[in-house]
Design a protein around this ligand. Structure first.
Ligand code: NDP
Ligand code: MG
Length: 346
């Protein structure tokens, strides 16, 4: 499988950041939490440092007494962790040679600088912070194109589209994308009552547990407007190629329609750990080709049900890992995996 991925989780104390650390804890053989950052939640951050023992830890809010006291105290918890105070340290840490992947989980435009820095350096950006694409989509995607950096979406709808597009064989096959929207906490409210919504009403999201800003964005549906722009930049779409439908259960995360009128959808429970894991482990869906081939063989009664996991594991161990594969390399990998399954049973 190649080398261990060293991941910086920026905004590790937030909803996405905490989910990212949980995913990383479950990938000990392949991924390491190499850096984390918080803004104000110092107690939680201390426990994250103690548990993850990262190489680098940054408190971006440098101007309060508590941050300075924390800086002095943390040395006892994890002496090997290099500590920084102040937002400007993020650029420094993202640039360290040990870091190859950055999870952009800071909320709002404060996440823009680190997202841009990551792609400037040609590193993998697992991006939750949609605001940075809304503000500077052309700059981020243009820079990523120039440096070869991978921008992998963490936002569930965009991860779904990205996954659906893996089955495309040519760029012009895509007709449109269909973003799903839960409708947010106030979906069933009559329009004339919306002005009376309290903070508590707006924060009561029916399907997703998220940070406060994005939950309010969901209540106003601004989140979907931001996501339309995010989709435009990520997938180089024209406005008329982006559609939105309400799907209150949040099980279908988005769909892609191809020129031949077929529609591919991605479905899963509403748990952000799934798109985070996909962005961190991509393109491990080699697994997908191997599994498809195995299921066919099982249905033909040529292997046992329990052989499926064994064969998939063997294929995953033997495939050639490329950190930034092209589409043709991915399709070649798909073909190779299917041949390997055949070879395995021969
Ligand atoms: P949270 O509010 O839960 O977390 C935000 C994180 O950013 C925290 O770690 C916070 O630190 C840190 N932070 C806040 N202000 C600053 C600042 N000025 N400088 C540096 N760091 C700062 O947000 P979410 O995890 O919900 O969302 C993060 C991003 O991911 C947003 O852009 C959101 O739109 C996007 N997203 C979130 C989803 C979700 O399910 N939550 C789904 C899809 C996208 P601290 O807490 O220590 O103050
Ligand atoms: Mg979303």
């Amino acid at each position: 499988m190649g080398q261990i991925r060293n991941v910086a989780v920026l905004g590790s104390t937030g909803s996405i950041g905490r989910a990212a650390l949980d995913v990383l804890n479950r990938l000990p053989g392949t991924h390491r939490t190499a850096a984390i950052s918080c803004h104000s939640q110092l107690d939680l951050f201390e426990s994250q440092i103690e548990e993850s023992q990262p190489l680098y830890a940054i408190v971006t809010q440098s101007d309060c007494e508590a941050s300075l006291a924390w800086h002095r105290r943390i040395n006892q918890l994890s002496p090997k962790t290099v500590r920084f105070l102040g937002a400007e340290a993020i650029d420094d840490v993202v640039g360290r040679p040990e870091i190859d992947t950055v999870v952009g989980a800071i909320v709002g435009v404060a996440g823009l600088q680190s997202a841009l820095r990551t792609v400037e350096l040609g590193k993998r950006l697992a991006l939750a912070n949609k605001e940075s694409l809304v503000v500077a989509g052309s700059l981020i995607m243009g820079t990523a194109k120039a440096t070869g950096a991978e921008v992998l979406p963490v936002d569930s709808e965009h991860s779904a589209i990205f996954q659906c597009l893996q089955s495309r064989s040519a760029p012009n096959e895509l007709k449109r994308v269909i973003l799903t929207a839960s409708g947010g906490p106030l979906r069933d409210w009559p329009l004339d009552k919306l002005s009376e919504a309290t903070v508590e009403d707006a924060l009561l999201h029916p399907t997703w547990q998220m940070g406060r800003k994005i939950t309010v964005d969901s209540a106003t549906m601004m989140n979907k407007a931001l996501e339309v722009i995010e989709a435009k930049w990520l997938f180089d779409l024209k406005p008329e190629q982006i559609h939105v439908v309400i799907h209150s259960q949040s099980i279908i995360h988005s769909m892609v329609e191809f020129r031949d009128a077929s529609v591919i959808a991605q479905l899963s429970p509403p748990d952000m750990r799934l798109p985070i894991q996909y962005a961190l482990t991509y393109p491990e869906r080699a697994l997908n080709a191997a599994n498809e081939a195995c299921v066919e063989l099982f249905l033909e009664r040529r292997i046992r049900l329990t052989d499926i996991a064994k064969i998939c594991k063997s294929i995953l161990h033997h495939h050639h890992y490329s950190p930034s594969p092209t589409l043709s390399e991915l399709l070649e990998l798909d073909r190779w995996s299917r041949l390997e399954v055949q070879r395995w049973i021969d």
